[in-house]
Write a protein that binds this ligand. Sequence first.
Ligand SMILES: *C/C=C(C)/C=C/C=C(C)/C=C/C1=C(C)CCCC1(C)C
Length: 242
Amino acid sequence: MENFLASLPLVAKLAPDDYVGFTFFVGCMAMMAASAFFFLSMSSFDKKWRTSLLVSGLITFIAAVHYWYMRDYWAAFEESPTFFRYVDWVLTVPLMCVEFFLILKVAGAKKSLMWRLIFLSVVMLVTGYLGEAVYRDQAQIWGLISGIAYFAIVYDIWLGQAKKLAEAAGGAVLKAHKTLCWFVLVGWAIYPIGYMAGTPGWYDGIFGGLNLDVIYNIGDAINKIGFGLVVYSLAVSKSSEA
Ligand SMILES: *C/C=C(C)/C=C/C=C(C)/C=C/C1=C(C)CCCC1(C)C
């Protein structure tokens, strides 16, 4: 037994043509680098912006830790690390909702807006997990419920209360809010494509040939690092104003 354990490799091998594994690896590095960038930049900003940058760093840092595990899991089993994926999302997506609240606080955003967005994002992710991991033969219906929660978020930030607050704030805050809104409308729309690529449904013929993990990994890199950079730019432009 001891000999057998000693003979096991400590690190799973990553095949040179394993492009899925490659995106996990690069994703992990990118998240680590982005976290270092956001955390280290905090001290150069006014106190008011430090919390926003801290949250940006936490989002990429939590993702980096999950990518570390997902990278290993993929290399060992060549299987989608669905559980780690959704644990990551259920922690980081609510934090992205917190970012919306933090930048709109200057315009008087209330906590109720933050909690509503968080609630909708949790509904979106839990129903997505049920369709992807638990009730796969009903993936279409769970995906639809998840999509409704997603559109409720899109509505709130594009046309609802969050939009009104952003307009009241004006200037750089309004601009940052608009950019984040585009990330949610276009960047977050990458995820349902990954879901349709990885679950059975009417969409098999359209997305069936794509790899779910590659799509999710691209989505994460764009959205998590992109969100943080929008907040960073807002802090830069607000700090040079004063
Ligand atoms: C950093 C991680 C992010 C921004 C993850 C976002 C995930 C989504 C917007 C997922 C959405 C889904 C649907 C709208 C329908 C199908 C199921 C999901 C969960 C993939």
